[in-house]
Write a protein that binds this ligand. Structure first.
Ligand code: SAM
Ligand code: SF4
Length: 327
């Protein structure tokens, strides 16, 4: 079992498969985002090699992210190879859902466990504003496709931003749980990269969101006695089929129970989403490092995993955009 110096068991790896995306969400990347050259990115065989090293170290929870993971060529083959690795545990994906209409079934057949789909509003015009050119109808088709493909339970992620989607949009998303057994998760915007100033001003707290929802849809009952389910605090509307999660990474951080590290699309082990510290795994891999040497790098890196973010001290990680790390 891999532990850090604070005694946290680390067994969950989020892998960014690409820094590229078919959308440009305003809080995630600039419109004129410059992507890294293809040669700097992990190639398919390098992803699988590193993936298997983590499995051998006891990691049993993996999430594929990006950029947009479904835009990666060979995504179905990559998922198949990962899921066929003995001991791999659960491999799931976070996606904007735009391409799932065609990919949900092949991904499910390749062994993918679940998808989290990101959707910040059901309003077509506002969705276009937030994503700069996306169509919410494509996401709706993607959600139906994963439901049909059996990639369950369905979780929808919604980043809430002040003045953008913190009113009726949140209520409409929450109301989906009355009809569907889905979990809608509201995520506080996190400051990162050059977009830090913009993002911090836009943060809407969990308490504000709950009172907006309760004003229109009635009281929310707390589930799990308030204990976190993963990183989310879970509530339910009366007679709802699904539930609501609040992920308050900024106002109520869950660092004490963090079990995750991240692999960036250019093969760096990112020890905390909101800290700059990384360990380069791709360069040694390309220079012929042995499995034992790579595992040593991973273990010593994880031992040094920072306790948590430094937002209270105004320490904002500036070396990467969210799309390069994968959220
Ligand atoms: N493209 C995929 C998607 O949108 O689901 C996967 C990558 S995206 C970076 C992963 C998650 O990070 C999404 O749910 C997205 O909304 C969220 N995200 C992006 N920028 C964020 C920010 N500044 N604060 C909080 N969440 C953010
Ligand atoms: Fe793309 Fe996801 Fe970032 Fe939106 S949040 S720009 S969909 S990577």
């Amino acid at each position: 079992m891999v532990t850090d110096r604070f005694g946290r068991h680390i067994r969950y790896l989020r892998i960014s498969l690409t820094d590229r995306c078919n959308l440009r969400c305003v809080y995630c990347m600039p419109e004129d985002m410059v992507f890294r050259p293809h040669a700097e990115m992990m190639q398919d065989d390098e992803i699988i090699t590193l993936f298997r090293l983590f499995v051998d170290l006891g990691f049993d929870k993996f999430r594929l992210t990006g950029g947009e993971p479904t835009t990666r060529a060979n995504i179905v083959e990559l998922v198949r190879e990962m899921c066929a690795t003995p001991g791999a545990g659960e491999v799931s994906m976070t996606t904007n859902g735009i391409l799932l209409d065609k990919l949900a079934k092949p991904l499910a057949e390749a062994g993918l466990k679940r998808c989290n789909i990101s959707v910040d509003t059901l309003n077509p015009e506002r969705f276009r504003q937030i994503t700069r050119w996306g169509r919410v109808e494509d996401v709706r088709q993607g959600i139906l496709a994963i439901e049909e493909a059996g990639l369950l339970p369905i979780k929808l992620n919604s980043v809430v931003s002040r003045g953008m989607n913190d009113g009726q949009d949140v209520v409409d998303l929450a109301a989906l749980t009355l009809e569907h057994p889905w979990q809608i998760r509201f995520i506080e915007m996190m400051p990162l990269g050059g977009l830090g100033d913009f993002q911090q001003a836009q943060i809407v707290t969990e308490a504000e969101l709950r009172s907006t929802i309760e004003a229109q849809l009635g009281p929310l009952g707390m589930l799990n006695g308030g204990k976190l389910d993963g990183e989310a605090r879970i509530y339910k509307l009366k007679n709802a089929q699904g539930d609501l999660g609040f992920i308050s990474s900024v106002s109520a951080p869950f660092c004490a129970t963090c079990s995750r590290v991240r692999l960036t699309a250019d093969g760096r082990l990112r020890l905390c989403l909101l800290r700059e510290k990384e360990v380069d795994l791709l360069t040694p891999l390309r220079q012929g490092a042995t499995r034992a040497e790579l595992q040593h790098l991973i273990l010593t890196g994880i031992w040094q995993k920072p306790w948590g973010h430094g937002l209270a001290e105004n320490d904002i990680a500036a070396n990467r955009q969210m799309s390069e790390i994968g959220g």
